[in-house]
Unconditional design. Structure first.
Ligand code: UD1
Length: 316
């Protein structure tokens, strides 16, 4: 049994990591500001020690790392457009808080910190798929902030010997992703629109592509990164390895729920990347990673969950 701190553990990805860690018999502490996370995402995990706090406060970071073997640093304010609107708030959550947790982890002698990086760091690359040795080209404050924190991780490994691994996530989706804001992930927004019989909005022409990754794949990749002997100091893509346009995504989701709802089209978003697809050969080599759940199966699980969650919400 090991002891894990999941920052942002009441959020979408963090709550899935916590669930799997508890299932494997580990001790889990979660710290979450509940700015975007939700306490009820952990209702099914009474074993988890929950601390409400903001890691941008260094005293919070120092307190929560005590007695911890591994830190899974998921806490962030996500969303490209949100960061375009308000770069200062997201900078504080995505950079200041990350530096605080790195310092605290270093001082507490944590074995390894695994950081939630982002595919957005690549920006628009001249070729696909995107490999970790390609130059980065952030197109939004969010992308830049995620890149800065990943470089801080690498620096802490070089300078202080703290083991860190950055996993660059590619458009993660799945149950518990919150559809409640215009900044939510596109699959959660499409899913609720289809299930409520509304038209979803597509920004731009819908021909932009993404390597949508079901959350179980990310959980597997991150937990492998805690143990993999040669992963320290590395940046590693974790994704499905394919790509699909938003127009095709909507057709696929319509097919799954047996509907034929079309989108309304709006202007493209500032800071949006055109195409995103991961090369996952480094994850295969360093982590022994292989995607467990392909896109369509993941979409089915997600749509099923959205349906049952809507029923549960109606009953609350
Ligand atoms: C980006 C990152 C991703 C990161 C996420 C955090 C890239 C390639 N990906 O996701 O790794 O985890 O930020 O928030 O940079 N869209 C619509 N209609 C909607 C909502 C979105 O058409 O209602 C479009 C967006 O304009 C975009 C695509 O769908 O082209 C995906 O958007 P979203 O789900 O917000 O994620 P990214 O910004 O791609």
């Amino acid at each position: 049994m090991a002891s894990y701190l999941v920052t942002g553990g009441a959020g979408f990805i963090g709550s899935h990591l916590s669930t799997e860690l508890v299932r494997r018999g580990h001790r889990v502490r979660v710290v979450d500001s509940l700015i975007t996370g939700k306490r009820r995402n952990l209702d099914h995990l009474p074993q988890v020690e929950f601390v409400q706090g903001d890691l941008a406060d260094a005293a919070v970071a120092t307190a929560v790392v005590q007695g911890v073997d591994y830190v899974l640093h998921q806490a962030a304010i996500p969303s490209v457009p949100r960061s375009v609107q308000d770069p200062i708030t997201s900078n504080r959550a995505n950079i200041d808080a990350s530096l605080n947790i790195l310092v605290a982890a270093r001082d507490a002698g944590v074995k390894r910190l695994v950081y939630a990086g982002s595919s957005s760091a690549y920006g628009d690359t001249p070729t696909l798929p995107k490999r970790e040795d390609m130059p980065t080209n952030p197109l939004s404050p969010y992308a830049l902030q995620k890149l800065v924190a990943e470089q801080y991780c690498q620096l802490f490994t070089r300078l202080y010997g703290l083991e860190t691994v950055t996993i660059r996530y590619f458009n993660v989706f799945g149950p518990r992703q919150d559809p409640g804001s215009p900044y939510s992930g596109v699959i959660s927004l499409f899913a609720t629109a289809l299930l409520e019989g509304r038209q979803p909005v597509i920004y731009g022409d819908g021909e932009q592509t993404r390597d949508f990754t079901y959350v179980a794949n990310v959980v597997d990749g991150v937990l492998r990164a805690c143990e993999a002997p040669t992963a320290s100091g590395e940046v590693i893509n974790v994704a499905t390895g394919g790509r699909i346009s938003l127009n095709e995504l909507l057709r696929t989701m319509n097919r799954i729920v047996n509907s034929s709802i079309t989108a309304t089209y709006a202007d493209g978003r500032a800071g949006d990347v055109r195409d995103s697809q991961a090369d996952i050969s480094k994850a295969r080599a360093v982590l022994g990673y292989e995607p467990l759940v392909q896109l369509e199966e993941g979409l089915r699980h997600t749509l099923e969950w959205c349906r049952s969650d809507a029923t549960a919400a109606a009953a609350r």
